[in-house]
Design a binder for this molecule. Structure first.
Ligand code: ADP
Ligand code: MG
Length: 571
């Protein structure tokens, strides 16, 4: 971490200040922010008497040098920002340099800290009356802050505290919120030696959900994963059948910062619509990631609220992310587990048996137009979709099929585009920049609006609607690179557009190996029903093959060409 410095008066006056330490949770919150900002992978919390006698937080983060340790307890000293101009790019939870001094003002604070590069650490003790005292001490790398006798000199605050049990419960809620927002950190919390929470580090959100919500509820929660160019929403929500009388169990965090957001709760509940009984609320854990430039974190002294600068985009994003998983649970669809049970399918190998004239074993011609809808049955190997039509069995290559649909829709006369909430900045190489400049017309025809934005940089204003949720910074750059390599000085604008559409389709389509939801399978299969799916993807690979009834009959050595009449002749 950078060294601690005192903020200049202009900056400190512009930082939302105020009473920060109101109750034990306020202390714990500030100490957790500091431990996480220090890059810790393990944080231990010890409490005595509901936090009144002791709140101790031990971390294994970066620690502080002796000089920093004595500065840390003073007002407006921080290593996290240098001036107010750093706020738009803030990557830490803290930034005011006020927390430790505010705690010191209402309690006895003792801090033991050691950075990795020092053989030993220091002990800093601060009592309201005297200047901090610093002593050398042997200790592990990291920081331990002990806050004792909270509010012993502030009777007003002391009287306002709730029962020990209630204060402990509030702190437990707080730690649960942090645990969801930071699954990569091991969190351990105890009160007077009794363990209240142990959340081992995990990359799997479901494990964290199990710790916080209990195994049973966690198993039923539906994963949410949604991304657009400038916004990512990840987490889990309860199915509509699981709901609560309050919004207490709705956790939200933004760029790792646990917050309460009425906006996110409203968007979440809008997504359930009529599926939720009136007056009931879903359980949710939703993490939002976006550029810090699209946030104002400096609106609340306790940093528990933030302001989204583009509220509409957040609302729509959360609603869509949750709708995708909640509304898809219409009773007619099969539960996900049943659909993915492919073991039985994989055991069947189709014998390479040819009866009659030599031909490709699978009929590459599509079956005659289907009267009825083709039904998706299952996905095998996370690569192929098996579907049943009245005329036979259809196998789709999920990547080729999706790629082909994206390509076709990018090549329609006038693709629609979506304006991004905030322009999206793309840093290019010199050749990519020249290419993008030269191809403005073809890009505009696809629905991209790009503006020059300084040296080798463009601002993406709009993107084709069909790609809106699929585009990532990486795949967009790769697609430009691929299309650029196919472009020659002789290419016509129409050819350039084709190259771009093909590259974009290929980079954004679902891939072999991606598990699909029933709804995703259905939407690909629906394209076959309506004969919108081309036979080959832009690279010439088949998108789907049909095993017709006639073909099946030949394989089963049924020599009668027509299907048997209903109700008879089955043997
Ligand atoms: P802020 O977090 O807003 O910067 P604080 O008063 O909470 O202000 O902390 C002051 C400084 O002390 C921080 O900027 C940081 O450099 C240092 N610090 C506090 N706690 C820790 C910790 N657990 N590990 C490492 N450094 C810490
Ligand atoms: Mg802090």
């Amino acid at each position: 971490m950078a060294r601690i410095q005192r903020l200049d008066p202009t900056t400190s006056s512009r930082i939302a200040a105020g009473e920060v330490i109101e109750r034990p949770t306020s202390v714990l919150k500030e100490l957790l922010d500091n431990a996480l900002d220090a890059g810790s992978t393990r944080v231990d919390i010890e409490l005595v008497n509901g936090g009144r006698h002791l709140i101790q937080v031990t971390d294994n983060g970066c620690g502080m040098s002796p000089e920093d340790a004595s500065l840390a307890l003073q007002r407006f000293t921080t290593s996290k920002i240098r001036s107010i101009n750093d706020l738009p790019t803030l990557a830490t939870l803290g930034f005011r340099g006020e927390a430790l001094p505010s705690i010191t003002a209402v309690a006895e604070v003792e801090m033991v800290t050691r950075p990795a590069e020092q053989p030993e650490g220091v002990l800093v003790r601060s009592h309201t009356s005297s200047a901090p005292q610093v002593h050398a001490i042997g200790c592990p790398v990291g920081t331990r802050v002990r806050v004792q006798r909270l509010f012993s000199h502030v009777p007003v605050r002391l009287r306002a505290l709730k029962s020990v049990a209630r204060e402990v419960q509030l702190m437990q809620e707080l730690v649960a919120h942090y645990a969801l927002a930071h699954p990569q950190v091991t969190l351990h919390m105890q009160h007077e030696g009794r363990r209240l929470l142990f959340a081992p580090a995990s990359t799997d959100l479901r494990q964290r959900l199990a710790v916080i919500f209990g195994q049973e509820l966690a198993a039923q929660m539906l994963p949410v994963s949604w991304q657009s160019l400038d916004l990512s929403i990840q987490g889990a929500v309860s199915p509509p059948s699981i709901n609560r009388a309050t919004r207490q169990r709705q956790y939200c965090w933004v760029n790792g910062r646990p917050v309460r957001s009425p906006l996110v709760s409203a968007a979440l509940e809008r997504a359930y619509g009529a599926l939720l009984p009136p007056g009931r609320h879903p359980v949710a854990a939703l993490g939002i990631t976006l550029s810090p430039t699209l946030l104002d974190v400096n609106i609340h002294p306790r940093k528990t609220e933030i302001k989204f600068l583009h509220e509409r985009a957040i609302f729509v994003g959360v609603q869509e992310a949750v709708e995708m998983v909640v509304q898809r649970l219409a009773p007619a669809t099969l539960p996900w587990e049943e659909v993915t049970d492919t073991a039985a399918w994989q055991a069947i190998t189709v014998p390479a048996l040819h009866v009659g004239e030599a031909e490709t074993p699978y009929d590459l011609r599509s079956v005659a137009p289907e009267g009825a809808a083709i039904q998706p049955l299952t996905q095998i190997g996370n690569t192929f979709i098996i579907a049943a039509g009245t005329q036979g069995l259809i196998v789709l290559d999920q990547h080729a099929a999706h790629e082909s649909l994206l390509y076709e829709s990018l090549m329609t006369a006038e693709p629609t585009s979506v304006e991004l909430a905030e322009g999206f900045v793309l840093h290019l190489s010199v050749s990519q920049y020249n290419y993008v400049q030269r191809l403005q017309t073809s890009l505009a025809a696809l629905g991209f609006q790009l503006e020059p934005f300084g040296k080798e940089t463009v601002l993406v204003r709009t993107v084709p609607t069909i790609l809106h949720t699929l585009l990532r910074l990486g795949n967009l750059l790769e697609a430009f690179q691929e299309a650029m390599q196919r472009s020659t000085s002789q290419s016509s604008p129409e050819e350039e557009r084709e190259h771009l559409a093909a590259a974009l389709a290929c980079r954004t389509a679902i891939r072999a190996g991606d598990p699909l939801s029933t709804a995703q399978m259905a939407s690909l299969v629906e394209a076959v029903t309506h004969q919108r799916l081309a036979y080959a993807c832009p690279h010439g690979r088949p998108t789907h093959v049909t095993l017709s009834l006639a073909e099946l009959e030949r394989r089963f050595l049924r020599l009668t060409p027509s299907p048997p009449a209903r109700g008879q002749g089955e043997e």
